[in-house]
Design a protein around this ligand. Structure first.
Ligand code: G3P
Ligand code: CA
Length: 269
């Protein structure tokens, strides 16, 4: 069948590999970062949480159950919350076999390991603070880790790092602790509320099903904390039709498990 024409956006949206290229490698692992790089994507998204002994690790769910073999290794420890396991215990888990036997032995990365791999590929990072209400002080700790690994140097701050969260409180804390860091609010504030969010968020990152061209324009008409127009990165768009639709709305970024599908839909942008 004939393909619909590619969207002629003024500026093509940035395409972000969600949890790494997570349709093709286990989410939030180093192979998922490698896969994003191999496919030619410069932005990866991840999720950061904290272990029982205070180490930062990259994993989406608050439980280890879905994406590791924790039930087999630690059968008596239901409900297998990340916060109830030490980093050494988590390092024993297989975070790849659930996805494919080809990834057996893949580990849950620490944030430090993850940052080094992203840096190795010269990629850019959309870092999500996941469930911050479970981890008091995690904002300061993440900023410290980022600083230790050079991610708060001026050249990174300009265009290589965005910290995002569903928690406005958490983002406000990041903004207050380190105003130079770009921040993204995950959600869809009403147009009337945008002014409030623009005090601490540089991006508004809503689910694609909740937006329209008018909403995207309304967001972009506000100036953020760095006196630049707010941007919109929308998620999680995995098919060509929706990619064209949101690109047509004028979004600045598309977050996708299948970034190659989005790129193809937008005419190779
Ligand atoms: O980057 C947006 C997206 O990651 C938010 O939802 O649940 O996949 O972390 P979730
Ligand atoms: Ca996320």
């Amino acid at each position: 069948p004939e393909r619909p024409p590619a969207v002629a956006a003024e500026r093509p949206p940035v395409v972000v590999a969600h949890r790494g290229a997570s349709a093709y490698a286990p989410e939030n692992t180093l192979p998922a970062v490698d896969k994003a790089a191999a496919l030619g994507f410069s932005w990866v998204e991840n999720d950061v949480q904290r272990t029982k002994d205070g180490r930062l690790v990259v994993i989406h769910d608050d439980s280890l159950r879905r994406t590791t073999d924790v039930e087999k290794v630690f059968p008596g420890r239901a409900p297998w919350k990340v916060k109830d396991f030490t980093a050494a215990e988590i390092a024993r888990l297989d975070a790849g076999s659930w996805f494919s036997p080809a990834y057996a032995g893949t580990r849950v990365p620490t944030l430090e390991q993850y940052l080094r791999r992203v840096e190795h590929h010269h990629e850019k990072l959309l870092l999500e603070i996941k469930n911050p209400e479970l981890y008091p002080g995690i904002e300061q700790q993440i900023l410290k880790e980022l600083a230790n690994d050079g991610w708060l140097d001026q050249r990174h701050l300009a265009d290589r790092l965005i910290v995002q969260s569903f928690s406005a409180d958490s983002l406000r804390t990041v903004h207050e602790l380190k105003p130079a860091v770009l921040t993204g609010f995950l959600g869809r504030p009403t147009e009337a509320d945008l002014n409030r969010y623009a005090a601490f968020a540089d991006l508004i990152n809503p689910s694609y099903g909740t937006i329209s061209a008018d909403y995207v324009k309304a967001v972009q008409a506000h100036a953020g904390p760095h006196h630049k127009p707010l941007k919109v990165f929308t998620w999680t768009v995995d098919d060509a039709a929706h990619a064209r639709t949101v690109a047509g709305y004028g979004v600045d970024g598309i977050i996708s498990n299948r970034p190659d599908v989005v790129r193809e839909a937008l005419g190779g942008a």
